[in-house]
Design a protein around this ligand. Structure first.
Ligand SMILES: Nc1nc2c(ncn2[C@@H]2O[C@H](COP(=O)(O)OP(=O)(O)OP(=O)(O)O)[C@@H](O)[C@H]2O)c(=O)[nH]1
Ligand SMILES: [Mg+2]
Ligand SMILES: [Zn+2]
Length: 314
């Protein structure tokens, strides 16, 4: 901590390190390294802060009133970003080590969204855990879908967990897989991210919301992405549910890298710049024909590749 006295009687300024818990627009909520939660205003030059950012904050006391200004943003080890509607890259959270992709039978499973997150995670070099949540709601159709999701993503090398808050299934396994990670809960609105968070962090009571009776979808209950310390070490960030997670800023080569099994097969294509569409001796097409690569994953790969980073080539 540094102390500065400009006018010994009237003003004192302390600069301390802090973590960004949430960004409320003009102000951010911080947890200082002394365990204090404060609201601070970032200096203009700092730019957009997101949950998980490490910052320095200068707290100034003068004449009985206190103001807190974020004066420095530390380099981020990772930044999870999406492309917003106007095509701009928007940071969602920083300094993550893991994406926890939450899915559920209600609202219905969305495998394309899972694939978008696997690409985003590969792009920033973090682990992925897929949670099949609300297993108490599985019926014969959704049970077959859950089995297929589990089999597919496990075969690619992702860890897949089944959880249920009604009977407690999988919660301990989830807790152990979050240990010492900084994880973010992502997924559609209503899949149960905040409900899981309430289980993971004692004495927490963040708002959760029922699904719409009309649409069967979530009602976007969580609106502000928020960071929480985990009692066993590490942290978890709850995020607002999404309909789509756009990745248009990610270059084509990185889209392919995000599909592990496709990028592994592609090493054996005759041409290093093979698009796996029309070229001869294409190992990806062979793997597809032999069902070693799932047709659905390949379809998602081609859609994301078409949308990616202004068609930037390999
Ligand atoms: N049956 C069942 N319902 C669950 C389970 N987990 C959560 N729910 C319910 O699912 C609904 C949505 O839960 P939330 O935790 O608000 O979902 P969310 O993913 O945080 O949603 P957003 O904040 O809108 O993104 C709530 O009514 C929860 O009670 C579960 O394991 N089983
Ligand atoms: Mg929520
Ligand atoms: Zn090929």
């Amino acid at each position: 901590m540094t102390k500065k006295h400009t006018n010994a009687a009237a003003e004192a300024a302390n600069t301390v390190s802090a973590r960004v818990i949430a960004n409320y627009g003009a102000d951010v909520e911080l947890l200082t390294n002394q365990g204090e939660r404060i609201i601070a205003t970032p200096l203009k030059r700092i730019g957009m802060l997101v949950s998980g950012d490490n910052v320095s904050v200068t707290v100034t006391s003068q004449g009985g009133s206190t103001s807190a200004r974020v004066s420095r943003l530390e380099d981020r080890s990772t930044t999870l970003s999406r492309t917003d509607r106007s095509g701009k890259i928007k940071a969602v959270a920083a300094n993550l080590t893991q994406l926890v992709v939450v899915t559920a039978p209600a609202p219905p499973f969305d495998p394309m969204l899972i694939d978008r997150y696997t690409v985003a995670a590969r792009n920033i070099g973090v682990d992925v855990t897929i949670v099949i949540n609300k297993t108490d709601l599985l019926d014969s159709n959704s049970s077959a879908e859950a089995d297929a999701i589990e089999a597919l993503y496990t075969s690619i090398g992702y860890s897949v967990l089944r959880c249920c808050l009604t009977n407690g299934e999988g919660v301990d396994t989830l807790i152990s897989c979050l240990h010492d990670h900084v994880s973010i809960l992502v997924g559609q609105s209503g899949v149960g991210k905040s409900s899981l968070l309430n289980k993971l962090v004692p004495d927490l009571d963040v708002r959760t919301g029922e699904l719409s009776k009309q649409s069967g979808l979530g009602k976007h209950t969580t609106s502000v992405t928020t960071w929480f310390a985990l009692p066993e070490g590490g942290a978890i960030i709850d995020s607002a549910g999404v309909r789509q997670f756009s990745l248009d800023h990610i270059p084509q080569a990185d889209v392919q890298a995000g599909f592990k099994e496709i990028s592994e097969a592609a090493q054996y294509c005759k041409f290093t710049n093979c698009t796996h569409v029309h070229e001869p001796d294409c190992a990806v097409k062979d793997a597809l024909a032999e069902q070693r690569i799932s047709a659905q994953r390949f379809e998602h790969f081609t859609v994301l590749r078409e949308n990616s980073a202004n068609g930037r080539q390999y």
